[in-house]
Design a protein around this ligand. Structure first.
Ligand code: FES
Ligand SMILES: [Fe+2]
Length: 420
C-alpha cells in the first residue's frame, strides 16, 4: 500500500543561516571526516543537495506490479516535488510532474488509484494519460491546448524496477541508465525480479537528514553494536570486525561452488565508480547452513524465477545513494530513501516474493519480513539519535573508521558534486 503522504508531525527545527558560505564549508572539509553541521540542517544546503545531486539521480520509485493496469497510478513525493507515475492505455509507464498547467495546482491528490483522465480538482482542466491537455473549460476559442501538456519526468524501467530522474533530459551529469540496467542484467536476471509482487510495505519515518540515512546504510561498522539480529545472520560482520578482509577466503570458496551452479558471482561495489551516480553490487555467502536472510536460516518463500538451487548467497545492489536492494534466492527487499525536509527523510522498504506465491501456504509474512524490519527499526533509532547529536552546539565532524569506507567515499562524492 502506498502511504498517505509523509508523516511529518511537526516542523523540524531549522538551523539559522550559516554566515560561512557553502563553498567555504566545502573547502575546509577534512577528507575522511563526517560533514559539518550545516550540511545536515541548513535549508539552503538542502535546496542545493536537491538541485545538484538528488534531482540528477535515477531514483527507484516503484515495482511494475504496483501499477499493473491501464490508468493505474501512484504518487512519489520528494521534497517539493510530486510525481505521478501512471500506466497508459498502450501499457507504457510514464511520469509527470503533478502540477496543473493552468495555475499550478496538484492534480492527483490520492496516493494511488486508477484514472481514465487526469482532471485537475481546481478548475477541471483535463489531461489524457499521455499528459496532453484535452479539455480546458471556458477558455477562448483560439486557446491552443497543445501548448500546455503536463511536464514529463524522465522514467526508465529494468527488470520490473521503475526509476525516475527529476532533471531535464539534456541536463548534464546524469548517469546513462544502461549502467544500472547492466548491473541488474548480470545479477537479477536469474531471479526474474520483474515476476515478483510486493507482499509487504513498511514506511519508516526518519527524523534525520537524508545523508545520515545514506551514511548509515553504506557501512557495517555499526552492525555488531546496533544490529544483533543482522550480525547473527550475516557471518561477514564478525569476520570483518575481527580483521578486515578476513571474510574474503570464505567468499572465494563459496564463489567456486556457486559458479558451478551457473549462478553469478562477483563484487563491484562502486561507491566511487561513477562521479555521476555511484552504483554497484556485491554477492557473498550469508552464513554456513543459511539459505536466505531469515532468523533460522531456512527458506521463507519459494525460489524466485529461474533459480534452481539454494546457493546460500545474498546480493546487494546500490543503484545510487537513495536506492538499494537486497536479493536472496527466495525474496527481494527494495529500499527507497527519500529526502523530505533538511531534517526529515522517508524510508520505505518493500518485500517481494514470486508473483504466484500464496500467503500461509508458500510464505509466512512474519518470517519473511523479520530480518529487514527488525534491522530497519534499529536503523531508524540510531539515525534519529545521530541527528540529535549532530544538532548539538558541541558537534564537530568525526573521523570515519576503516570499516566505514563506503560512507567516507560517498561523502567525498557528495562534496565533489555539491561544489561542481
Ligand atoms: S489549477 Fe488546474 S484547472 Fe486551474
Ligand atoms: Fe544498519
Amino acid at each position: 500500500m502506498v502511504p498517505d503522504g509523509f508523516d511529518v508531525m511537526e516542523t523540524p527545527m531549522q538551523a539559522t543561516a550559516n554566515p560561512v558560505s557553502v563553498e567555504e564549508l566545502i573547502a575546509r572539509q577534512q577528507a575522511g571526516f563526517t560533514l559539518e553541521q550545516p550540511f545536515y540542517r541548513d535549508p539552503e544546503i538542502f535546496k542545493r543537495d536537491m538541485q545538484k545531486i538528488v534531482n540528477k539521480q535515477w531514483l527507484y520509485v516503484a515495482h511494475v506490479s504496483e501499477i499493473p493496469n491501464a490508468g493505474d497510478y501512484l504518487l512519489y513525493n520528494i521534497a517539493d516535488e510530486s510525481i505521478i507515475l501512471i500506466r497508459g492505455r498502450d501499457g507504457e509507464v510514464r511520469a509527470f510532474f503533478n502540477v496543473c498547467r493552468h495555475r499550478g495546482s496538484h492534480i492527483c491528490l490520492e496516493q494511488q488509484g486508477n484514472a481514465k483522465t487526469l482532471t485537475c480538482p481546481y478548475h477541471a482542466w483535463v489531461f489524457d494519460l499521455r499528459g496532453k491537455l484535452i479539455a480546458a473549460r471556458g477558455m477562448p476559442a483560439d486557446f491552443d491546448k497543445s501548448k500546455f501538456p503536463l511536464h514529463a519526468c524522465q522514467v526508465r524501467a529494468s527488470h520490473g524496477l521503475i526509476f525516475i530522474c527529476l532533471a531535464k533530459e539534456d541536463d548534464e551529469g546524469i548517469l546513462d541508465f544502461a549502467e544500472i540496467a547492466s548491473d541488474l542484467d548480470q545479477y537479477a536476471a536469474l531471479h526474474r525480479i520483474d515476476d515478483t509482487r510486493i507482499v509487504h510495505r513498511e514506511v519508516y519515518p526518519t527524523d534525520a537528514n537524508w545523508k545520515l540515512v545514506v551514511d548509515n546504510f553504506m557501512e557495517c561498522y555499526h552492525c555488531s553494536p546496533s544490529h544483533p539480529e543482522y550480525t547473527m545472520v550475516n557471518a561477514y560482520v564478525k569476520a570483518e570486525d575481527r580483521e578486515r578482509g578476513s571474510y574474503d577466503a570464505t567468499i572465494s570458496a563459496w564463489e567456486e561452488t556457486t559458479r558451478a551452479l551457473g549462478h553469478p558471482v562477483g563484487t563491484d561495489y562502486g561507491a566511487g565508480k561513477s562521479i555521476r551516480q555511484p552504483h554497484g553490487y556485491w554477492r557473498q555467502p550469508i552464513r554456513d547452513g543459511y539459505v536466505t536472510l531469515s532468523e533460522d536460516g531456512k527458506a521463507v518463500a519459494p525460489l524466485l524465477g529461474d533459480v534452481k538451487h539454494w546457493d546460500g548467497g545474498e546480493t546487494a545492489f546500490t543503484f545510487g545513494p537513495l536506492s538499494h536492494a537486497y536479493l536472496c534466492a527466495d525474496h527481494l527487499c527494495m529500499f527507497r530513501f527519500t529526502p523530505v525536509t533538511p531534517e526529515f527523510s522517508e524510508v520505505v522498504v518493500t518485500w517481494h516474493v514470486k508473483a504466484d506465491a500464496a500467503e500461509g501456504q508458500d510464505y509466512d509474512l512474519d518470517r519473511l519480513k523479520w530480518m529487514w524490519d527488525v534491522t530497519t527499526i534499529e536503523d531508524t533509532r540510531i539515525i534519529n539519535d545521530n541527528q540529535k547529536g549532530v544538532n548539538s552546539s558541541r558537534y564537530e565532524p568525526g573521523p570515519y573508521a576503516p570499516q566505514e569506507g563506503g560512507s567516507s567515499t560517498l561523502t567525498s562524492w557528495y562534496l565533489e558534486r555539491l561544489s561542481g
